[in-house]
Design a protein around this ligand. Structure first.
Ligand code: ADP
Ligand code: 5GP
Length: 215
């Protein structure tokens, strides 16, 4: 058995934490990346937020009541959880670890508070922060998405200033101005993580061992 990293490993897959202020284009970019990269899998969060038009339970989120969320929290079902924009959100442990063991690269679309919790548990996780080219662009995108009321948009723009304070906690920062360029950058981060030495050693133990020829 080749020992390379001393950090706890779940499997050869990488865990990506993607954060962004609401409206920066995180959902758009991750959906496009998922369509192009078959190694990727998206973690579906649990939330107490009501579904937006077109959102489906079990597809976009697991939508639950505050009471159910608190019960799940109490029995330790969440790997991380946080209150964001007045609603609760959390990532369940089940599913993620199974996907990593299956050599899938798992994306968590979570806020900075959740990202801090994940960084503690999985120091090898890869953080990506997506930012808009300006506050004006962010507001325009939230309005253009047409899914939130004016007061919700105002709240999200105000919260974006707080979220952006945490961008330097992430090793990768993508400015989503031109969508194609931002997508290429995101795909490059995913591709680079996949071929990290630690991951390759886990994935191809015997091949690497045969090349390294260590006794
Ligand atoms: P988030 O998931 O970060 O809240 P979305 O992916 O829902 O953001 O994007 C918000 C809105 O901005 C959507 O209407 C989306 O089509 C649009 N959008 C995303 N990226 C760009 C871009 N590079 N240029 C212009 N509009 C964009
Ligand atoms: P939205 O309601 O627009 O889908 O998401 C609002 C915010 O909640 C976004 O910043 C998103 O990243 C965050 N979020 C979504 N799921 C989770 C989660 O499971 N955990 C945490 N901590 N934040 C989440």
């Amino acid at each position: 058995m080749i020992q390379h990293s001393s950090t706890p490993r779940i499997g050869p897959g990488s865990l990506f934490v993607i954060a962004a202020p609401s409206g920066a284009g995180k959902t758009t970019l991750t959906r496009m990346a998922l369509a192009q990269n078959p190694h990727l899998a998206l973690s579906i969060s649990t939330t107490t937020r009501p579904p937006r038009p077109g959102e489906q339970d079990g597809v976009h989120y697991h939508f639950v009541s505050v009471e159910t969320f608190k019960q799940m929290q109490a029995v330790g079902e969440f790997l991380e959880s946080a209150e964001v924009h007045g609603n609760f959100y959390g990532t369940t442990r089940s599913g993620i670890e199974a996907l990593l063991r299956e050599d899938r690269d798992v994306i968590l679309e979570i806020d900075w508070q959740g990202a801090q919790q994940i960084r503690q548990i999985y120091p090898e996780s890869v953080g990506v922060f997506i930012v808009p080219p300006s506050f004006a662009a962010l507001e325009q995108r939230l309005q253009g998405r047409g899914q939130d009321s004016a007061d919700v948009i105002a709240r999200r723009v105000a919260n974006a200033r707080e979220e952006l304070q945490h961008l330097d906690e992430f090793p990768y920062v993508i400015i989503n101005e031109n969508l194609d360029e931002a997508l290429a950058e995101l795909l490059a981060v995913f591709a680079a993580a996949r071929v990290r030495l630690d991951n390759q050693i886990q994935r191809t133990q015997s091949l690497m061992a045969s090349y390294l020829n260590r006794s």
